[in-house]
Design a protein around this ligand. Sequence first.
Ligand code: PLP
Length: 358
Amino acid sequence: MIPIFDLTREYKTINKELNTAFTQTAKSGSFILGQNVSLFEKEFGHFVHTSYAVGLASGTDALTLGLRALGVGNGDEVILPANSYPTAFGVAQSGARIRLVDVKSDGTMNPVSLAHVITRRTRAVVPVHLYGNPADIVSIQKIIGLTKIVLVEDAAQAHGTPSAGSMGDIGCFSFYPTKNLGALGDAGMVVTNRKDVAERLKRLRMYGETKRYESVEVSGVSRLDELQAALLRVKLRHLAEWVASRREIAKQYIEELRGVGDIQFVTDNPKSCYHLFVIRTKRRYALRAYLTARGIGTAIHYPAPIHLVRAFRDLGYKHGDFPVSEALSQEILSIPMFPSLTNGEILRVVRTIKKYFQ
Ligand SMILES: Cc1ncc(COP(=O)(O)O)c(C=O)c1O
């Protein structure tokens, strides 16, 4: 069996370091907003080159609270790409009204389409660095120009993609276990160069407090756990090397699968951190069944664009509104991608795919 990702292997390679971090945290007796959270915020901010980083409970909260910290909420329009399933929930929770825009063939927001969707009610644009593919932030920034629209990067799949998360007003990260940098549970982070936003986020993650029991605005609780922060600090030390392995695996896939059947690569960009390796074929369902029968794990990220997801029916869109996103959802397939995938496994994946197309 070759899984699409295998988190137990990652644990095995660094179990001593993780176990030490666990024991030290347990012995410290400090479990909420302690030294590890502050240090991880500093270290992760340094990694993405932003002045501030605020640890939160999840990537979804990073989007919701990040928008709120920027003053975006009820009734405001927020534009996001049509094929970014998890992003939509974080944005929706802020109370903002979602407007969708189609994507390019690499799954990231199409800046040309964006220009047609902006209205005077637009308060934020949320490009997603999907699969690790860098969204075209420079073109998006040009379109937003001198308006007051804020730029919120969803970098939940982009730990290790150069500049991802550091170019907008805020960058939102998830440390969901399968991410390039994953916790042993849920965790998230907002990175920013804006001091005002970082300060407000620190309030929003805990009762709107400026100091203990001194609350200035009503909010809930969304803290990054001290234990998760301790474990993430260990993993961050390995991230660059893990991203390099992902790029090496992607290179091999691209070399071996180019020209096979009708395969196209959705992920083929040297800047990508290759959170996922995604191919595209008109025979997606049959290929997937063939690989499953031969013990090769696959997944579909994502099977439906947001406007065709039941929960978002009330957005008022219909089939055919976002043709590129719709075509992608029918044709994409994610194949095994994780740093400790062996050469033998990569070759088996490639050989099996080639055999299917023969
Ligand atoms: C692009 C994207 N945005 C947001 C999220 C939400 O992150 P979390 O699962 O940590 O809430 C995810 C993770 O699933 C994601 O991949």
